[in-house]
Design a protein around this ligand. Structure first.
Ligand SMILES: Nc1ncnc2c1ncn2[C@@H]1O[C@H](COP(=O)(O)OP(=O)(O)OP(=O)(O)O)[C@@H](O)[C@H]1O
Ligand SMILES: [Mg+2]
Length: 293
């Protein structure tokens, strides 16, 4: 019998069994993540669950101690931020790292300025910055030569996100982009997040906010005490279930769920995200059936 070819492209990023210790602290004890092009994947979990550590490992700030990272289906080792950038991974950290005394253009090219001989190529940077902002339908900034200090929180977030997509990025990771924003600005940033995915990027959205998650995410990955409790399609789950997973690491098995297999090499490992079978179809859910501490 011939097998039908698997036509689904591999995920942009896949983490399998990622582990990270800081001395005696087991920050990540078996994390699995699948982030697909064209989708927003939310990464949720309680304080200290390991979300920031996970994204820093993917960004090459501290490499995983164990586990596999696949980028576009290829096993890869990300051991520095430069490695991550080279693959097309960009992270927008919560503090944004923008320079208040510089304008939008200079912030977008910070550390990677375009040069013409020994001078900055101001007009090329300005043109490119304007193109990127226009491509993201950003219309709320008055001038791209405005100093960042004069921008609202939502506009600052927009500049940081635009900076991340300037570099032919394939995966953009956003750490709590709406945490400090009001209602209208949150809406603008969420629309921008959605547009990034609609433009074909894989987006990972770290968030505590269930409204944000259910508004924009296609898939939700829940971390619990340094382990992946589940990655579920948003349309197949509910806020109640996600909150249960966040607080206890387990939930009633939803329809289509795959029971977790105990792993001999990692007894406390929560799940294997059903990445191998995950497509945009429904059968992508795995949940952690047991609560671990
Ligand atoms: N550099 C570090 N050295 C030692 N322990 C660390 C370090 N970074 C994180 N940890 C520990 O790892 C665990 C996970 O932390 P992490 O910051 O990843 O959580 P988080 O899910 O991002 O939480 P929050 O929602 O509060 O941002 C915590 O117990 C934390 O104390
Ligand atoms: Mg964090």
């Amino acid at each position: 019998m011939t097998q039908a070819p698997d036509l689904a492209p591999p995920p942009t990023l896949e983490v399998r069994g990622g582990r990270k210790n800081f001395g005696a602290v087991h920050a990540l004890r078996g994390v699995d993540l699948v982030a697909r092009a064209g989708e927003v994947t939310a990464l949720v979990g309680d304080n200290g669950a390991g979300k920031s550590t996970m994204i820093k490992c993917v960004a090459g700030i501290y490499p995983f101690d164990a586990g596999d990272v696949l980028f576009e289906g290829q096993t890869t080792h990300i051991s520095s931020p430069a490695d991550a950038n080279e693959l097309g991974i960009e992270v927008v950290y919560q503090d944004l790292a923008l320079c208040d005394n510089l304008d939008i253009v200079h912030n977008m090219f910070l550390g990677r300025e375009l040069k013409k001989g020994f001078r900055l190529d101001e007009s090329a940077m300005e043109t490119r910055a304007a193109e990127v902002l226009a491509s993201l339908s950003v219309r709320t900034v008055r001038s791209i030569r405005q100093h960042v200090a004069s921008l609202s929180g939502g506009q600052r977030q927009t500049v940081a996100i635009a900076r991340a997509v300037l570099w032919n990025s394939k995966l953009v990771i956003l750490d709590e982009p709406t945490a400090a924003l009001g209602v209208a600005q949150t809406e603008q940033v969420l629309q921008l997040v959605r547009r990034l995915a609609d433009a074909g990027l894989a987006v990972v959205l770290v968030s505590h906010n269930m409204n944000d998650v259910f508004e924009v995410a296609d898939s939700i990955n829940v971390l619990y005490l340094g382990q992946t409790a589940a990655q579920i399609r948003t349309k197949d789950t509910s806020r109640m279930e996600v909150i249960e997973l966040i607080t206890s690491g387990s939930a009633g098995m939803p329809a289509g769920a795959v029971a977790p297999r105990p792993s001999p090499d990692a007894p406390e490992r929560a799940t294997r995200v059903a990445s191998a079978t995950a497509t945009t179809s429904d059968a992508t859910t795995t949940t952690n059936g047991s609560t671990s501490a």
